[in-house]
Design a protein around this ligand. Sequence first.
Ligand SMILES: *Cc1c(COP(=O)(O)O)cnc(C)c1O
Length: 355
Amino acid sequence: MKIHNFSAGPCILPQEVFQKSAAAILDLNGTGLSILEISHRSPDFVAIMEESRSLAIELLDLEGKGYHALFLQGGASMEFLRVPYNFLSRKSAYLDTGTWADLAIKEANRFGETDTVASSKDQKYTYIPTDFTIPADADYFHCTSNNTIFGTQMKTFPITDVPMVCDMSSDIFSRKIDFSQFDLIYAGAQKNLGPAGVTLVVIKDSFLKMTSKTDIPPIMDYRKHVEKESMYNTPAVFAVYTSLLTMKWLKANGGILAMEQINNAKAELLYNEIDRNPFFSGTSNIPDRSAMNATFVLNDVAMTQDFDLMWKAAGISGLVGHRSVGGYRASMYNAMPLESVQILVDVMKEFELKR
Ligand SMILES: *Cc1c(COP(=O)(O)O)cnc(C)c1O
């Protein structure tokens, strides 16, 4: 039976990417060597790293705009720490839109004054605050473009002279944004880009030059990683290669704009059903709903077992909500076809008819 994987991360990647990365484990590009055994300093891997870095910049439409792309380790969680390590000297400003933003704030607190400009914690992170001011003397402003756990997404970003840093872990490459409004973007790969183990960091050269800190350990120092072209230490070779395959798939399938159209169609299909079906309710504020992670609940929790049996029987996997919030969460990343969302909607309709 075909499995429809709605898991939030690690998550679905294109089948073609699985096939090609599996083949590279046995033989990378006819070298007779596995991607897992070649030296990361070999010409074959150096070429993979170079292509990954330049393709990320190309897809984000940042070519010629003074940005560097890095593939680092430690997950997005490491960037929660690296960002203030490198850039927080006086004061930072954070928008608190969910669990991940909150964790980022906690790391920043280790390095200096952190101003939480607004928070939706009072409403269980079900909306995106819009009424806030960014202090003009902040070293940077940090936001989270998509709130993976609660299913909200920033549709617009503030206009400010303060450098903007954005955690785009769960919606990078999913929609057209003017990426050049950000000075630093990071994304743990395992949501929409590749396997766990690597984080894409895109950093503007002018921002990099703004840090005057001299006591940053090299592994934490963005300047060191840029200088070493993302090869300061052994990169996560397989995760980088698989991310490259995903980016190539994305480009061949029309790039970000084409992804956005399909992603919007998937989200519309599912949210329409959540709103129409009397047995279900969406949990996030409608204008702030995420096109990547749709969160919803059964109105009568006593029906949980019946519904769970039905979607599992239809080949659906990974539909459960985050352990901190419960309910259901359908993650519909780039690689998920519309057909899989249709299967879920059909199950919801069938559930309604059976009751
Ligand atoms: C998953 C996630 C993280 C944490 O990523 P790790 O790679 O596990 O550290 C951070 N931010 C967002 C928005 C996420 O979705």
